[in-house]
Design a protein around this ligand. Structure first.
Ligand code: GLU
Length: 561
């Protein structure tokens, strides 16, 4: 989850380059940070807390060197303290290591190294690495061979970057955690993700699992586990660095909520044949059974997607984790570990999402899953022409909703509530789940999402006049009628009711507040209802003055099980 940056050969401000790289990786979540600069010796500065704390610790210190590595840590082994922050060094203070992930056999290695007289300064799994490198160097190995030998001893999932005093190079290796090189004429970069060096170059080389890289002033060399040279393709990334700014919004999340019309348009562009009323994905799939595997917000998208496949007669379910089978990644990040490791990928094309809490990527996932289900499984219980038209109108409908929503006013009314319950049926069930998750993530309020009929099987005991119930009711069919029945149940217990509705049922009559969505197809209604819930969560969190883009304890990309 943490961020790794490294650079070699940039004449000028190596430290500044590392720090601005770490700034752009902040979205991944972290609790401490540090840098190492290499010259004849090695300077390491690291601090618990935010990057500002590191900057304060660096103030007045003249660190220079044309080689450096930096790190934002998201603790797994040992609390977030100065000592546990990365980089970690060996006994001589000449080897510095930054690491992302978990070294599973660290305990054995640590005992072995301690028995040989190595002294440890932290609780981390990471610290075994510099000591292993030290041992190899002491036995006469050159820096590259020493790092390779050390990495060979590691078990688990990790990305590491290593520097050695007096050596003008950064060595890196990856197993399961992402690493990417940035290539420029006068410098080479290394990072967990492209934005870290996007300001300097758009040419990138993605490392694959098991690969080892050396970057130095002359460029880079990538080798396989056995040392054979790998010729790697150099990709050009298209994201504009401007896109990662806040563009006048108070938070990235609000900006990203407002980017949804564009994100949806990009997601759907060229994939829907409006005239023919058909979907055209570049995918060859005729599944007998589909299993969605996802976590967090994506799990809610998976519940939605599985329902679409089932409606088309294809058995489908959603799971928190699995192995094997033909795999298709539904993802935003081109070149991401998942995209590269799955058999196929369907990119949702949302543009970078910086806010830790997902917003536009969820909407685009739902849109993409509609395309996928139509293409791979057929229409099921839906009228394809109507759905295709609704998808075409979806970006405009989201725009209309964003331009005219009462979410801020409604949110302010309930800021001090004891807890929130979200209910919905069928496709609105994942929406209710996601609405509750969003509110928890960014406001820290207690919230739970339910299939509407479930509330009375227990949790109704918690419902009072201080626990608003947000009911997602769209259409006027059986699901809407039954959910209105559930609304009455909570109303009878004096709970305030907020209805999110397209106005097709008469749920407004029973609601204290209404958040409207445009009239649309039942499948796209779920997307629009979710946008109201995003705004509701955002405004509750804003009224409570929460750090919306970086909620406590959370990270954008979760790479640790
Ligand atoms: N396991 C390492 C630690 O706890 C690295 C965690 C990370 O990925 O930041 O320090």
């Amino acid at each position: 989850m943490c961020g790794i940056v490294g650079c070699v050969g940039r004449d000028g401000d190596t430290l500044g380059t590392l720090l601005s790289g770490l700034d752009t990786l902040e979205y991944r979540g972290y609790d401490s940070a540090g840098v190492a600069l290499v010259n004849d010796s090695l300077d390491v500065v690291k601090k618990a807390g935010e990057l500002d704390a590191l900057r304060a610790a660096l103030a007045g210190r003249a660190l220079d060197g044309r080689v450096g590595v930096g790190h934002t840590r998201w603790s797994t082994h040992g609390p977030p303290t100065d000592e546990n922050a990365h980089p970690h060094v060996d006994c001589t203070g000449e080897v510095a290591v930054v690491h992302n992930g978990i070294i599973e056999n660290y305990q054995t290695l640590r005992e072995e190294l301690a028995a040989d007289g190595h002294e440890f300064a932290s609780d981390t799994d990471t610290e075994v690495v510099p000591h292993l490198v030290e041992t190899e160097l002491a036995a006469g190995a050159d820096a590259e061979t020493a790092v390779r030998a050390a990495v060979d001893r590691l078990e688990g999932s990790f990305a590491v970057a290593v520097t050695v005093a007096g050596v003008e190079a950064v060595f890196a290796a990856r197993r399961d955690s992402p690493l990417v090189l940035g290539v420029d004429d006068d410098a080479t970069y290394l990072a967990s993700d492209v934005p870290a060096f996007r300001e300097y170059t758009d040419r990138v080389v993605y490392l694959d699992d098991g690969e080892f890289a050396r970057i130095d002033a002359d460029g880079y060399a990538v080798t396989g586990p056995d040392g054979t040279r790998h010729e790697k393709p150099v990709d050009t990334v298209e994201w504009d660095p401007e896109e990662t700014g806040k563009s006048g919004y108070d938070h990235y999340m609000l900006k990203e909520i407002h980017e949804q019309p564009r994100a949806l348009r990009q997601c759907l562009q060229g994939r829907v044949d409006e005239l023919g009323g058909r979907v055209a994905l570049d995918l060859d799939a005729d599944p007998e059974r589909v299993q969605f595997v996802a976590c967090g917000t994506s799990y809610h998208a998976a519940l939605y997607g599985a329902a679409l496949f089932r409606a088309a007669g294809v058995p489908a379910g959603a799971f928190y984790a699995r192995r094997g089978a033909r795999t298709l990644a539904v993802t935003n990040v081109v070149g991401s570990t998942m995209a590269r490791e799955c058999t196929d990928a369907l990119f949702i094309r949302s543009g970078p999402e910086i806010g830790v809490a997902a917003s536009k990527t969820f909407s685009a996932q739902l849109a993409a899953l509609n395309l996928l289900a139509l293409q791979a499984a057929g229409p099921g219980d839906t009228d394809v022409r109507r759905l295709v038209a609704a998808l075409r109108d979806l970006p405009g409908d989201v725009r209309a909703l964003l331009d005219d929503t009462d979410a801020a006013a409604v949110a302010r009314e309930y800021v001090d509530s004891d807890g929130f319950f979200f209910i919905g049926r069928r496709l609105n069930y994942p929406v209710a789940m996601e609405g509750a998750l969003k509110l928890k993530e960014i406001s820290y309020a207690h919230a739970e999402g339910f299939a509407a009929g479930e509330l009375k099987h227990g949790t109704l005991a918690l419902v009072t006049e201080d626990t608003p119930v947000i009911a997602v009711v769209t259409g006027d069919g059986e699901a809407a009628r039954k959910t209105i029945g559930n609304v009455k149940e909570v109303e009878a217990r004096s709970a305030p009711v907020i209805a999110v509705t397209d106005g097709m049922s008469d749920v407004e009559r029973y609601a204290d507040q209404v958040l409207d969505i445009p009239d649309t197809h039942p499948r796209t209604a779920a997307v629009l209802a979710n946008v109201q819930l995003q705004l509701f969560a955002y405004h509750v969190a804003d009224a409570l003055d929460r750090p919306i883009d970086k909620p406590r304890n959370l990270a954008k990309s979760v790479t640790v099980e």
